[in-house]
Design a protein around this ligand. Sequence first.
Ligand code: ACM
Length: 744
Amino acid sequence: MNKYLIFLLLLVVFSCQQKESATAELNLIPKPNSVETGSGNLDISTGFNIVAQNMESDTAENLLSYLKKTVTVSPSGKKLQLVLQPARASVPEPDEAYWLKVDKTGVRISAHSMAGLFYGVQSLIQLSENQTHIPFVKIEDAPRFAYRGLHIDASRHFVSLDFLKKQIDRMASLKLNRFHWHFTDGPGWRIEIKKYPKLTGIAAWRMEPTWKEWWNSGRKYVPEGTPGAYGGYYTQDEARELVRYAAERHITVIPEIEMPGHSEEVLAVYPHLSCTGKPYTSSEFCIGNEQTFEFLENVLTEIIDIFPSELIHVGGDEASREHWEKCPKCQARMKAEGLKDEAELQSYLITRIEKFMNSKGRRLLGWDEILDGGLAPDATVMSWRGEQGGIAAAQSGHDVVMTPGEFCYFDSYQANPGTQPEAIGGFLPIEKVYSYNPVPAVLSDEESKHILGVQANVWAEYIPSEKHMEYMIYPRLLALAEVAWTQPENKSWTDFRLRVNNAIPGLQQKGYNTFTLSDEVNFSHYADSAANAVSVTLSTEKAPVEIRYTTDGSQPNVQSPVYSEPVQVKDSATVTAQLFAGEKPLGKPVTRRFDYHKAIGKPVIYNIPVNQYYPAGGEKALVNGLMGGLSHGDGRWQGFMTNGMDVTIDLGSSQPIQSVSGRFMQSIGPWIWFPKEVVISVSDDNNTFTELVRVKNTVSEKETGTLFQNFGWQGATNARYIHYKAVPNGIKGGWVFVDEIVVW
Ligand code: ACM
């Protein structure tokens, strides 16, 4: 390589508010993997003298011009050396690693790649922001994962290029390196394709400004320019501009072209590509029709020309197979190709598209449904319906990006839904994001190498504005960044909590509309059968604060005990908890009642099996004392589909019973409703049952939000067996979710 030494002497001063603080805390996010602090600090109030070594002039220029945007030139300053040095063959060092040293002579950042130098610079910027001094420190750092992503859905609601650049800036600061641009989907096609002008001339526009109104009023499109139309799209030039902007920040933009489902907007304007040949009849391409392949390959040809990313996303999620079953062309294709079912038909499409992509030097990435019917030979899987898809793919030698809804879907509520703007459902507070480990324990070391990394997904059905989208992204993205970068042994929620609380004002100062972490106390608990008690854990997102609590129903005050370890509740008790910042109470006290009830740990006979995706840990889940949280996917709610739920609990001996109650959820975003009816009966021989009660649901199936309701019976009887049946409300594809059956 024609490398030569560039000796640039730039006198630069960091544009920061000059604060009086002598030494900055090491408030870095994501946390570096090795930090050694020295004693003393470097006065940076006079700025930096930048020396760039071993770089080719154009790459140096890139980094220096980026630095100059972040900093201000000044005639005097401390030395800031940026050194690109060859990797040592003897030591395996990741390509993106960097070394940063601050001592009395100045700052030295070295790396084997421009990306590494860029990340060293990001750490320095974070250390320097709003500071006049930075501590003497030695950092050796490298990412845990090569793929560190953020996905944004620009179809449900259009977001501007400026907004995306603003998010790319934050991604760079957080050392994230993949931006997944979801810009084709039913609610609007948003990328210019020169060969198919109707995609942006019609399919990008609708009369309803929100997804919800569009969804509930016919799901139609109108020509661009129709007075009052809502929509938008990116021209190819704009997309190229974003690709360039991101590349300057070492971020790859991955485009997603949805197929074969989520494509009603395409089929509305090019109806010959659907099985019926008519607009507004289907959201899936006809796979029996050669014109489908011609269309998709033409679109992908233009996409590949804009986006240099090796991985190109082809969707693949949530396709209905209904039309293919009835379509003569699809059935003929299946016969000709020897495909045994419609799942294999979908796999035929994906495999053929993969071949096309490979012929252009690119690789295919898709949601985990691309596993159904057989995975295309070289495909990378994005695992969103939990981790199962990712595990199966890794075990069969395929690369995987982990994005399970439970940990990575930022469209979920991040705090108590009662205090938040309407969201699609689910509950994903920042601590839960932070707790995620993208490498499932079941994978061997060899299989684990296929886990490329992790990504946050921001679906926008319930996110109608850019401000709202930032509110959903921040600060959760800071937690995801640390999941992606920092080795698990170096992560600590207690430590991160302090850093993220410190980081929020800085984000707001930069103009990001962040959620401010909740000052509610969070409760979690489990039935501790060894102690015959419920073990109650209290936690908070705020820091630095203390939690004080009582168990006698009184309000906590500064004399109440400070929470440090789980509180044991025998039988029944209420726990009231409140945050304190020193003597000052914060937020509102929260009270919960806990019961160690009669059915805990008893055998449960499933007359209808629980759905494989929502077993909540298995056959004791309904009687384990673990109440579900605000998310149906939190591993405590059992999910049942078509025939509802039907279980028998064996208490082991006939005994007095005063109440039986099951707790259900309704959350219509994820398609979960209260049961239509609950029937509770008892028996001593598990043969002849006496009905205790039939409870009819009175809550409307249209009721939104995340609702909880107990369906139960109270009275006096004796029994050994309790039969609890929940009849679903009959909505096709609807779920029944229950967390616990409580018996006293
Ligand atoms: C998805 O959330 N449908 C990938």
